[in-house]
Design a protein around this ligand. Structure first.
Ligand SMILES: C[S@@+](CC[C@H](N)C(=O)[O-])C[C@H]1O[C@@H](n2cnc3c(N)ncnc32)[C@H](O)[C@@H]1O
Length: 253
């Protein structure tokens, strides 16, 4: 069922220029933070990052013909300190035990290496949309960094969209405690209207094809004033420190 969903996503991707334009902006922003050198992607899904980074090693828990390796992000089959950048787009909130993935990310990244996450943001406006109009739940009353045995029945697309917001918001102190070797380099909110109006990976779209670039330009300008309150996405950049020092928390959080 879930591999089937990725096949459907791939078709929608090819047939929906509005979606590609929105993701083009996402990829540009992700790549602006990527280190030179070897890049690993987890939860690669439709494999579109390869259009921007042809040398990326793209992996997913689902076996798809266009990806390089099938593996669980919670147990990566790669040597320690072997990557300069690790990218996960819309994946963290699908991972059952984010703490296991973050530990693996810390292990496979070289010192100075970066973990780049693009995830749903839970702001006042996005909460409303995600809660009422999106099939994935937003469950805020959990500890996102708790560890426990994995559920063998968990499906790849089972999710809690609140996970990233909780880890890098309310539970940031716990993140710092568990990951003294990581440093939160940046956390930026983005995506105001274009993404929800586009319907994402659904077939419908409320934006005329020839308006999308104009809308994205306006959105980029308004982001600095509005995104923290109404943004639909958050871009999180975590860097592996050269030395493990307790992190202090950040004024921006
Ligand atoms: C919403 S899709 C995002 C796909 C792609 N990154 C994109 O932006 O289009 C989430 C992806 O995460 C994958 N995934 C879920 N749990 C995973 C896990 N534990 N390890 C690796 N991949 C996982 C799913 O199979 C799916 O391809």
């Amino acid at each position: 069922m879930t591999a089937e969903l990725l096949n459907i996503h791939k078709i929608i991707w090819t047939e929906k220029p509005t979606l590609r334009a929105i993701y083009h902006h996402y990829y540009q922003r992700i790549l602006a933070y990527a280190n030179l050198g070897k890049t690993l992607e987890v939860g690669g899904g439709t494999g579109n990052l390869k259009n921007y980074l042809p040398d990326v090693i793209s992996t997913d828990i689902l076996k798809m013909s266009w990806l390089d390796v099938t593996c669980d992000a919670q147990l990566l089959p790669f040597a320690s300190e072997s990557f300069d950048t690790l990218v996960a787009i819309d994946v963290l909130h699908h991972i059952e035990r984010p703490i296991r993935f973050l530990k693996e990310a810390e292990r496979v990244l070289k010192k100075g290496g970066r973990l780049i996450l693009l995830e749903p943001a839970i702001t006042k406006v996005s909460w409303f949309f995600y809660h009422f109009f999106h099939p994935e739940p937003v469950i805020l009353n959990i500890d996102p960094l708790e560890d426990a045995p994995l559920n063998p029945n968990k499906q790849a697309f089972d999710a809690n969209q609140a996970i990233p917001e909780l880890i890098f918001g309310k539970f940031y102190h716990k993140f710092c405690h568990h990951f003294p070797g990581f440093y939160l380099k940046n956390k930026e909110y983005l995506s105001l209207f274009a993404y929800p109006l586009s319907g994402g990976f659904r077939k419908w779209c409320l934006i005329p094809k020839n308006c999308i670039n104009f809308l994205l330009t306006i959105e980029r300008y308004l982001e600095k004033f509005l995104a923290k309150h109404i943004g639909f996405r958050v871009l999180v950049i975590i860097e592996r420190k050269a030395y493990a020092v307790k992190c202090q928390g950040s004024k921006n959080l």
